[in-house]
Design a protein. Structure first.
Length: 191
């Protein structure tokens, strides 16, 4: 990838990092809009795969998404450009806030703005969840695992237990791997 392509990758992810409030999950629809709809760098299915991988690997999901997208576009240098691009705005903003505002959230206008931003972020997250469900393959295993995870989290919340989403993610991965392996063995046995 040439310098112009790396600069475009860096600039796109810098803009995403600068204008997205609410953390990694709030960035996913913005990353998808930029990379799929606006730039045409990948398809919705590829973005869904990248999101699943980014969620399954250690680290912040938005940075992982940026790294994977950057790598697909421009190898190691693309991954570096996208990762720095999405991370740099947060670093700069936090640095400035820590240097100049001792009690940043004590200012009433800022505290009020953050209350409104929290509501907007929740709406964006709900919209992305609905969007991802619509794109999910219509296979009984995937829908069954999603429903089971939802019901387990809901039941745990109702009775006051803490269930790790990491455990549910790992269990879903192991169940899918077992079903896939059983299907492969059956295919080999039929030959």
């Amino acid at each position: 990838m040439d310098r112009r392509g790396l600069a475009e990758l860096f600039g796109s992810f810098f803009k995403i990092g600068l204008f997205t409030v609410g953390g990694g999950y709030a960035m996913i629809p913005i990353i998808e809009d930029c990379c799929v709809d606006e730039k045409g760098w990948m398809t919705h299915d590829e973005m869904m795969d990248i999101t699943v991988i980014a969620e399954s690997t250690p680290g912040p999901i938005a940075i992982n998404c940026a790294t994977y997208v950057g790598y697909r576009r421009g190898g190691i240098w693309g991954a570096l450009a996208a990762t720095i691009g999405v991370s740099l705005p947060s670093f700069i903003i936090i640095f400035v806030i820590s240097r100049f505002f001792e009690h940043f959230l004590e200012y009433k206008p800022i505290a009020s703005a953050f209350k409104g931003i929290k509501i907007a972020v929740k709406i964006v997250l709900l919209e992305e969840a609905i969007h991802m469900f619509k794109l999910m393959p219509r296979r009984p295993l995937q829908w069954g695992l999603a429903a089971a995870a939802f019901l387990i989290m809901l039941a745990a919340d109702v009775i006051g237990l803490s269930v790790s989403s990491i455990i549910l993610l790992a269990a879903g991965g192991l169940i899918s791997l077992a079903v896939f392996s059983a299907g492969q063995r059956k295919k080999e046995g039929d030959r």
